[in-house]
Design a protein around this ligand. Structure first.
Ligand SMILES: [Zn+2]
Ligand SMILES: [Zn+2]
Length: 301
């Protein structure tokens, strides 16, 4: 064996991370989600690793005002979550590497992006300086300047935002919970949910944020998308008698939200992995003329 090959061999034999195990379980349960989950696996692994390693200073909880939350202003509208001296380059390069690995069709674009980030031609903080408006402007500019597909830039920016937001919002959830936030959008970052979960013991509905991963309680009687109150026009759709995995639908805004019923609080989960595992429901609902409550990187066909 050539001397140089040993570290590589060691690297490939490493123990799978927590999220990799969850991805394998999800593929086992829903084999049709294999392609999607395999593509996103490197991104999910990088996210898990970086959140553990980054040790970012948390957002300033003292500036978060319960009264403003009650008026519907999320935490990100009250105190900054993105700082110029955050490790943008390291996060950006790690994410670009994961895009390259998971999405062969975007591999060349991801390499171009990595080169521009490395050379300082792209400063990722520029996309977050005036969040969320600055994201769209940066996406347009970098797509034009580097001649790469907008999907590659969008995938990179979405993943970077998710990592920084998760790392920075540690500990804030408890404060928010006490204020009785009653909106269908995330109290931390303002994004819409990709999944809702009705737990096993106390049958409340919890919404899972597509962007920062925060979960908040939301009444089961109202559509999170438009505020329509049940029973009129609100329904649950499921296939093959799998009543644990449903799509909540609203006739008023014509949107759906994938909803898990009677989910145990025990055991490890990653809600994004769970949601991607149920992508067949997204397909069916969109074929039936419903739009997702939140369009994200993987649920638009
Ligand atoms: Zn959020
Ligand atoms: Zn609605």
């Amino acid at each position: 064996m050539p001397a140089g090959s040993e570290p590589m061999a060691r690297k490939t034999e490493r123990k799978p991370s927590r999220v990799e195990g969850l991805i394998e379980d999800a593929i086992g349960k829903n084999p049709h989600s294999r392609e999607l989950l395999t593509a996103f696996k490197p991104l999910l692994v990088v996210r898990e690793r970086l959140i553990g390693e980054l040790k970012l200073k948390p957002a300033d909880r003292a500036r978060i005002d319960g009264e403003k939350l009650r008026r519907g202003i999320p935490c990100i509208g009250q105190t900054p979550f993105f700082f110029e001296d955050d490790p943008w380059k390291a996060v950006g390069l790690a994410v670009a590497g994961a895009v390259r690995e998971g999405f062969p069709a975007l591999a060349e674009d991801a390499a171009t992006l990595a080169g521009a980030i490395e050379a300082g031609k792209i400063r990722l903080f520029d996309a977050f300086a005036d969040y969320p408006d600055s994201v769209g402007a940066a996406l347009d500019r970098w797509t034009a300047e580097t001649h790469i597909k907008p999907q590659a830039v969008a995938l990179l920016l979405g993943a970077v935002a998710g990592i920084i937001l998760r790392a920075r919002s540690a500990g804030i959830g408890g404060d928010v919970e006490k204020t009785g936030w009653d909106r269908g959008t995330c109290p931390i970052c303002g994004a819409s949910p990709t999944l809702s979960v009705i737990r096993e013991k106390i049958t409340e509905r919890w919404l899972h944020c597509s962007r920062c991963g925060h979960e908040w309680r939301f009444t089961r009687m109202i559509c999170p998308g438009c505020g329509l109150e049940s029973p009129s026009g609100i329904d649950y759709f499921y296939v093959d008698d799998r009543r644990q995995e449903t799509a909540f639908t609203c006739d008023s805004c014509k949107r759906y939200l994938i909803t898990l019923n009677h989910v145990s609080d025990l055991g490890e989960t990653d809600r994004d992995v769970t949601a991607m595992g149920l992508v067949h429901l997204d397909l069916i609902m969109q074929e039936r003329g419903f739009a997702p409550m939140c369009r994200c990187e993987w649920n638009t066909f």
